[in-house]
Write a protein that binds this ligand. Structure first.
Ligand SMILES: Cc1cc2nc3c(=O)[nH]c(=O)nc-3n(C[C@H](O)[C@H](O)[C@H](O)COP(=O)(O)O)c2cc1C
Length: 188
């Protein structure tokens, strides 16, 4: 079984994003298991708001980069913040851009195995948003794992170094990351 290539991404543009911390933790576990892992920060890609007129002028550099990374990956670790019961506009915007297919190219999300995570300060941990992101990604050909993890009380979850404080939670984060690596490696 060859090892999977994984990209880890959070749907937040915020510098101190809890979801970025969560997906970094998941990425570390995937890396320890032997997978090739790259953490991508949406903020660094500087993706403009999708507009077909803008698209007609050429694909922005950050979008090209994201599409390349997605096409090269077998699996995606995705942490999705919840805004008003759904996922963020920033993540939807990135998905919309990346879902556009050039002539002859493989759709960027097609056949990617996805593990969904969320965290929020609230009691449901962003669970409601995950239903929406699951629906959208499944609709564009991704294979979203049935298991997912929503972590409540985000402000209590990480220590000053950004590490998960509770060992039981860390194990859950790890288990889902390892499941993604295992399934993505088998389907590679
Ligand atoms: C516009 C807006 C709407 C929000 N709606 C929700 C919500 O529906 N459920 C929730 O749990 N948190 C909600 N929050 C709080 C976010 O979960 C919180 O800001 C979180 O830290 C965002 O994730 P991040 O830290 O990764 O950026 C909302 C925040 C904003 C700015």
């Amino acid at each position: 079984m060859t090892t999977a290539k994984i990209i880890a991404l959070a749907g937040s543009l915020r510098k101190d994003s809890y979801n970025q911390l969560l997906i970094q933790a998941a990425a570390n576990y995937a890396l320890e298991s032997g997978a090739e892992v790259e953490v991508v920060k949406l903020r660094d890609l500087d993706i403009p708001m999708f507009d077909e007129d803008l698209e007609a002028q050429g694909t922005p550099q950050g979008v090209q980069l994201l599409k390349e990374k997605l096409r090269n990956a077998d699996g995606i670790l995705l942490a999705s913040p919840e805004y008003n019961g759904s996922f963020t506009a920033a993540l939807k915007n990135a998905i919309d851009w990346a879902s556009r297919t050039e002539q002859g190219a493989v759709p960027a999300f097609r056949n990617k195995v996805v593990a969904l995570y969320a965290t929020s300060p609230g009691g449901l941990g962003g669970l409601r948003g995950l239903n929406h992101v699951r629906d959208v990604l499944s609709g564009i050909g991704s294979l979203v794992l049935a298991d997912q993890l929503a972590v409540p009380s985000a402000f209590n979850t990480f220590d000053e170094q950004g590490k998960i404080k509770d060992p039981d939670l860390a194990e859950k984060v790890s288990n889902l990351a390892l499941q993604l690596v295992s399934v993505a490696s088998k389907l590679k």
